[in-house]
Design a protein around this ligand. Structure first.
Ligand code: PAF
Length: 288
């Protein structure tokens, strides 16, 4: 059977995107927003599919956002594949792709940043102090330009999702905030644009994070709640799966507040960042 060719519009101009968003609202259509930095994988496609369930028109954005990169993150080396991205976005069912230029988003005299104060202090925020300020600023700008009714973010970047949810609430955006589940490879590795940095020999060792989280979940299921014991096992699993794994952090926190906990109780989530062959991976799992 012939595949139905869906129409897709690529918009590069901020003012055109603003006009289209206003027009869609005037026609009574709801907008679902999926912000991305491009180099799409199945995880992004699942966000688009989630947005499609809850809104009439999906706007997917591609913008590699300079302010969320720290001095040690190489912005120029961030993987890009616009042609492939457009194809994947179309296949996932998005009607509009917004690809703004960096100079249009951040003109020379740009000087306004959005900062969520408390939730950004731990985990990724501790390791990358200016990162979330960049993320909240660009997402606020994208909210203002595209005026979505629904916005979808992935659970893989759990702290980012919680920070953005707080910003959406604090700044009074009338947007339904959706956090979609992490999509994993068959061996449990969370899908990420960074996975492409592994050679085929290194790649099996990247499942170390999932194995460690799975171990934690199993320990909790068997009645162990002491995070010191769980952490010890997780470290053993990490180094057994990847001998050279370098742990940045493994933290047990409350899901909503991100406050650390010594004992696993309801709503405890474990988050970790680990370097596998020099590639910094993050992952998380709700333990109870
Ligand atoms: O998760 C990402 O890809 C980015 O942090 C986001 C939300 C698109 C902001 O640049």
């Amino acid at each position: 059977m012939a595949k139905i060719q869906q129409k897709i519009t690529t918009i590069r101009s901020v003012s055109k995107m603003q006009r289209v968003a206003r027009q869609l609202a005037a026609e009574g259509k709801t907008i679902g927003l999926v912000p991305t930095m491009g180099f799409l994988h199945e995880g992004h496609a699942s966000l688009i599919r989630q947005a499609k369930k809850q809104s009439d028109v999906i706007v997917t954005t591609i913008f590699v956002n300079p302010p969320q990169f720290g001095p040690n993150d190489d912005l120029s080396k961030y993987p890009r594949d616009e042609k492939g991205d457009v194809r994947k976005i179309k296949e996932a069912g998005s009607e509009i792709i917004f690809i703004p230029k960096a100079d249009d988003i951040y003109p020379e005299d740009f000087q306004t940043y959005v900062n969520v104060e408390s939730l950004t202090q731990s985990l990724e925020g501790k390791a990358r102090p200016t990162h979330f300020r960049g993320v909240t600023t660009i997402v606020a700008i994208l909210f203002n330009i595209t005026r979505p009714d629904v916005a979808v973010f992935g659970m893989k970047d759990y702290q980012q999702a919680m920070v953005l949810k707080q910003m959406t609430c604090d700044l009074g955006y009338p947007i339904k905030f959706v956090i979609a589940p992490t999509i994993r490879e068959r061996d449990g590795l969370a899908m990420s644009s960074r996975n492409k940095y592994f050679t085929s020999e290194q790649r099996p060792e990247a499942r170390a994070l999932y194995y460690a989280l799975h171990t934690a979940k199993e320990m909790v299921k068997s009645g162990i709640g002491d995070t010191t014991l769980i952490l010890r096992e997780m470290k053993a699993v990490l180094s057994a799966t990847c001998r050279t794994a370098k742990i940045d952090y493994v933290e047990f926190t409350n899901f909503e507040s991100l406050k650390p906990t010594r004992h696993v109780v309801k709503n405890t989530i474990c988050s970790l960042a680990v370097r596998i062959h020099g590639v910094r991976l993050i992952d998380n799992m709700k333990l109870l």
